[in-house]
Design a protein around this ligand. Structure first.
Ligand SMILES: [Zn+2]
Length: 494
């Protein structure tokens, strides 16, 4: 855009996000049907989620608890007495003709989330969270999958609990939007409220985008466009960038301003990488919201909130602080581990506890284990070496029982076979070497390399290096550190 922007104009992209997160409950928001993904169509429905007359919804308490957890994690105000409202619209996958949602009294509101500026890692950016409200999901239209290629409706998803998290329009670039979403997803995964699986639709994003154009004398805004149902971070980023450029060109051609046309809804075509008009956006009045007469307000007691707070898992920022203070990791190493998710952070913590060596544990994890997992596209839960075993291996290196090369041999063997450390050492012929054997080896080396020893004594400290390598060749089980210690004793003592 900078190519076409006259220097007198300043143009800002204004972005607000609505993030729909499927809550990790076993059953739906108002009935006992399962929320499992990928089941045959219409096998997880009942009269309540089919919206049959005469049925009454019952609130799923676990969904309420998970919403409280999000409110606590994002430092939000929790609203006791929050209400349920009916949001009316007609669509084939919405059997009741309305979605049960929360309109003017959401369960939680007024929060804030900080994340690292993608353009400058040393800076934190902050986004205000307007609200997060509970609502039920709709069903799915299966286009072209019915008899004769017709459209069928699958109601398995109908009534699944969603939490819609709405930000203020505080974001200023597609990259910031992506970084914000990554941080939000990390937090939601750490507290376990959702699996945030974007392929399966457990996290879907709408982006509200417009431009603020300032020529120094006055500032105008372009009409707001809402891009619906973005299902990957890449799509969020690309769609916002496209929309920014499209609005800039449209404004140059028409001069159209905010207020001159209603909010427009557009969809993202990921193949063509363009947004296309879906509809001129309904205003809230078009949905004819009114309080749901079938559901009581949700009362949140101080005791209930305190109980959830006590059980709230450690947040990523707390994990990071702990890794730095307890295990003396660098800011960078701690960030890399924490950003991989709670399973990885827990794995690290066990390795460090068993080995009592945080730095070595972090090196093994970030350099060896993460590389393998990335290559194989596997989660750490499927890694063949347990954290306990890994801790024993790191401890053996930390105490000089094994040198790094031999530890790597054991590591490779463990990837193939499930063995204890003792079994692996036996298999590889790694025997414990006695101090007497070390002394004997030193005597042998000293006798054979008198010239190098003389060089060392005359101040060439590096002359001993090849001797250590030689000792290792004679006996692969010798620890270079122990041998070096014994060699120095022998050489300096003479
Ligand atoms: Zn049901």
């Amino acid at each position: 855009m900078s190519d076409t922007t006259p220097s007198a104009l300043s143009v800002q992209t204004i972005i607000g996000l609505e993030v729909h997160v499927q809550l990790a409950t076993q059953s739906k928001l108002f009935c006992g049907c399962s929320t499992r993904y990928g089941q045959p169509p219409n096998t997880q429905t009942c009269p309540i989620c089919q919206g049959l007359p005469g049925t009454l919804p019952v609130i799923n308490q676990h969904a309420i608890e998970l919403a409280i957890d999000v409110g606590l994690a994002l430092d939000m105000e929790l609203v006791s007495g929050c209400r349920w409202d009916r949001k009316h619209y007609f669509y084939p996958d919405l059997p009741k003709g309305y979605q049960t949602s929360q309109y003017d009294l959401p369960i939680t509101r007024n929060g804030r989330l900080e994340f690292r500026d993608p353009a400058n890692a040393a800076t934190l950016l902050s986004v205000r969270i307007n609200r997060a409200h509970l609502e039920e999901d709709a069903g799915k239209s299966l286009h072209g999958e019915g008899v004769d290629g017709g459209t069928w409706i699958d109601l398995n998803r109908t009534g699944t609990p969603l939490l819609e998290i709405v930000t203020e329009p505080d974001l200023r670039s597609a990259q910031d939007g992506k970084a914000f979403l990554q941080q939000l997803r990390t937090i939601l995964l750490y507290i376990g409220v959702s699996d945030c699986n974007m392929q399966e639709g457990s996290m879907r994003i709408d982006a509200n985008v417009n431009l603020r154009i300032d020529d120094g004398a006055q500032s105008i805004a372009t009409p707001i466009v809402e891009i619906k149902n973005l299902n990957s971070f890449r799509n969020v980023e690309r769609a916002i960038e496209f929309e920014r450029d499209r609005q800039w060109q449209h404004w140059q051609a028409t001069g159209e301003k905010l207020g001159q046309r209603p909010k427009q809804t557009r969809g993202w075509d990921a193949d063509r990488e363009v947004t296309t008009v879906q509809r001129e956006k309904e205003e809230a009045a078009d949905y004819r919201y009114f309080p749901c007469p079938d559901l009581p307000p949700v009362v949140l007691s101080a005791e209930q909130i305190a109980a959830r707070r006590a059980k709230l898992p450690r947040l990523p920022q707390q994990w990071k602080a702990d890794l730095i203070s307890v295990w003396k990791l660098s800011d960078y190493d701690a960030s890399v581990i924490v950003e991989q998710g709670r399973d990885v952070a827990e794995y690290f913590e066990t390795v460090a506890q068993v080995s009592q060596d945080g730095k070595r544990s972090a090196n093994w994890l970030t350099q060896e284990i993460m590389r393998l997992l990335n290559e194989q596209q596997r989660p750490i839960s499927e890694f063949p070496i347990s954290a306990q075993q890994m801790g024993e291996l790191v401890a053996a290196v930390a105490t000089n029982e094994l040198d790094h090369a031999r530890a790597r041999e054991i590591f490779s063997l463990w990837l193939e076979q499930s063995l204890t450390l003792a079994e692996a050492k036996q298999r590889l012929g790694i025997a414990a070497i006695s101090s007497d054997e070390v002394e004997q080896l030193v005597a042998e080396i000293v006798a054979q390399h008198q010239a190098a020893i003389d060089d060392y004594r005359q101040g060439k400290k590096q002359a001993l290096g090849p001797l250590i390598a030689q000792a290792k060749k004679l006996n692969p089980n010798v620890s270079p550190a122990k041998f070096r210690e014994a060699l120095l004793r022998a050489v300096d003592g003479q």
